[in-house]
Design a protein around this ligand. Sequence first.
Ligand code: MEV
Length: 429
Amino acid sequence: MASSRIPNFYKKTVEERRELIKSRLDAFDELDKAFDEAPLPVETADKMVENAIGTYPLPLGVGLNFLINGKDYIIPMAIEEPSVIASASYIAKIVRNAGGFQTVSSGRTMIGQIQVVGCEDFDAAKAAVLKQKEVLIGAANAAYPSIVARGGGAEDLDVRVLNEDTSASKYSTMLIIHLYIDTRDAMGANMINTMVESIAPLVEEITKGKVYLRILSNFADRCLAKATCKIPPELLESEGFSGEEVRDGVIHAFEFADSDPYRAVTHNKGIMNGIDPVVIATGNDWRAVEAGAHAYAARSGSYRSMTGWSVDAKGNLVGELELPMSVGTVGGSIRVHPTSKMALRLLGVDSAEELAQIIVTVGLAQNLGALKALATDGIQKGHMALHSRSVAIAAGATGEMIDMVAQKLVEEKEIRIGKAKELVAMYTR
Ligand code: MEV
């Protein structure tokens, strides 16, 4: 992959942008095919969901400037909200100048849950399951041999008894088995559900109880990805604000979100502004990622900031974001959706672990973009600047006229299509 830094990309036409992206990738003739054919043929949509009557497209843009563990990434982002891609790319440029983002993962272990009720002696049932652990793991793997062939599969198992001491309801005491499964490059929902369903009869035999639920957990806390960055204050300086002021504003903003759920929800929504578009563009299940991320933000018992921002001994702004990231690069809708296949090629990722790390990186960049704006000019200034460009283009401005019209609209605080048309007519004369 060549550099993801492409100056003035936003000023180009859509066609020019595609050519620029293609020129940076080897043998990427599929890009045109993916863009020019219907992004998702209705015949394919009909195979994906029930009662299909069409498709629902979203804008697809690219996050630029991302340097992660020394590697450049052009990041596909599918999102309807303006400013998000611009903000992520802007922060990625700053962090790039500070050496880029660093990332790590905790592995690819997902969890399948089995609920057992009605055991006469729950402690004895728990002991019996633990005694038969290897048998259960073997049976789970026998139900999905292809993952074992790929070097993954069920690896371990845990048992808990919930509400053992409460006699409040006959429904509340239960044995919960966690089956830990390495899903390799798949998100693994089908694999996990197949495994837990297949061993349920054996679990009933061992526990002498009745199995009800058999399903994966989206609280994927053994499938974590973490991104960090360290930025010298001088790189944060912006019009009217010193780098130190911006740094301190970001840390104050983090402390606010970390202490107040009303703020944390909006702060974390801004992080998901970066995460969801990459999850969607790569054909992954964004509801699963959303649910896991918010649960992880509440793991201390209070709902808090997903990110952490602090200052180190040298005065640098230090940021981190760690989240469960149950995404895949194979299987599910990725296999059938032409745009997600193209998006993964564009990213050039080798594994689900790498994809997970890219996704949290975009979340971290997005959060810094929002906090930097909020702690300085406020977010409306940037939004209005971008909005004015769209209004100028809609009014017929082209080339250099776009910026001239957009600037005038902002100056005169009148970002209206009517006003833009007047300006276009005036400049064309
Ligand atoms: C808007 O989509 C996201 C923000 O509200 C995030 C934040 O407040 O941190 C700007």
